[in-house]
Design a protein around this ligand. Structure first.
Ligand code: NDP
Length: 327
């Protein structure tokens, strides 16, 4: 495994990490979580991503239970969670319980997460989306306080605009508060603009790190949706039916079929090529992978070796195959 610093922060995360969105609590039970986290760790993965909203808290509970059974030394792994959407309707229409980054919600959310994980602290806590209705100062102070109180070690954002990230960083800088050190954006061959264009100045200016999500565009980049929706896939889940249109998109699937040709020449699968492509971006601290079964973990972790074989010529061929439509 290769380990990369979380931007300018000292924390080192594995270049490939493992997350639990959709899978934990829907497709993966505690046994599956233990087996997959254990397999990922055997490849050197030290970073496991989660969020309060995943399976309405159940994903944190499953990961916490798995960590307890696995019994790893706390110094050897990094766990993250994210706050914004709250725990669904558990609190009715509680105005301070969801879709907010206000202080009341955030201070309570971290305590709930720690309880569900069974941990004393999480390593990274993300603001899962921006909240234009809460003053940025309030959110920055709350995130700082979480760290000052020992409940989290680092904080960051997810899907914030470059302006919002810079503004939060500047508030923290001005008031000597803990600064956001990482952003968690979507990044894959079909979704590149934010990471490559919008954030371009932030890497050097504020030392922003990136932990990127959906390297396979939810499975599309594995080629599994070229002939329709496979019965055991993410898009076959009732709760994920809204994704079908994008996953079955003909133009994208035709590109994936062409990418399979490049992958074949490299001696890898299309999924491995897609994950390896994300790893090539030096601004990416960690590519968060997802899996509904253990064979996918084994396949995806080998992407690190493939990225080492991807010469500038191969990268140019991939670029030519995908074209500029998604850049
Ligand atoms: P991917 O785009 O890699 O999709 C993963 C899914 O694709 C798997 O669950 C599986 O679904 C399928 N898959 C994985 N490997 C293979 C393979 N080798 N061959 C065929 N199918 C495969 O990543 P995710 O969308 O899961 O995102 C990764 C992580 O990023 C999440 O777990 C989460 O931690 C984080 N994330 C963060 C977000 C944010 O807003 N901050 C948003 C989304 C994700 P199946 O078998 O069911 O088809």
């Amino acid at each position: 495994m290769e380990y990369r610093r979380l931007g300018r922060a000292g924390l080192k995360v594995s270049a490939l990490s493992f997350g639990s969105w959709v899978t934990y609590g829907n497709q993966v039970d505690e046994r599956g979580a233990i087996d997959m986290m254990s397999a990922a760790r055997d490849y050197g993965v030290n970073f496991f991503d989660n969020a309060e909203v995943y399976a309405v808290g159940q994903s944190e509970e499953l990961m916490g239970a798995a960590l307890k059974k696995l019994g790893w030394d706390r110094l050897t792994y990094v766990v993250s969670t994210k706050f914004f959407w709250g725990l669904g309707n558990q609190f009715g229409d509680g105005v301070n319980a969801k879709n907010t980054l206000n202080r009341k919600y955030l201070m309570q959310a971290i305590d709930g997460s720690l309880r569900r994980f069974g941990l004393d602290y999480v390593d990274i806590v993300y603001c899962h989306r921006p909240d234009p209705h809460t003053p940025l100062e309030e959110t920055v102070y709350a995130m700082h306080d979480m760290i000052a109180r020992g409940k989290a070690l680092y904080w960051g954002t997810s899907e914030w605009s470059a302006d919002e990230i810079r503004a939060a960083w500047q508030i923290a800088d001005r008031h000597h508060l803990h600064k956001p050190v990482v952003e968690q954006p979507q990044y894959n061959l079909f979704h590149r603009r934010r990471v490559e264009q919008e954030y371009a100045r932030l890497y050097a200016d504020i030392g922003l790190g990136l932990t990127t999500w959906s390297p396979l565009a939810s499975g599309l980049l594995s080629g599994k949706y070229a002939q329709g929706v496979p019965a055991d896939s993410r898009a076959s889940l009732k709760s994920m039916a809204w994704m079908q249109e994008q996953l079955l998109d003909r133009q994208r699937n035709d590109i994936v079929i062409k990418l399979a040709g490049v992958a074949k020449e490299l001696g890898c699968t299309t999924a491995q090529l897609a994950i390896a492509w994300c790893l090539k971006n030096p601004n990416v601290s960690s590519v968060i992978t997802g899996a509904s079964r253990i064979a996918q973990v084994h396949e995806n972790m080998k992407a690190l070796e493939i990225s080492a074989q991807m010469t500038p010529e191969v990268m140019a061929r991939i670029q030519a195959t995908v074209g500029d439509a998604y850049a």
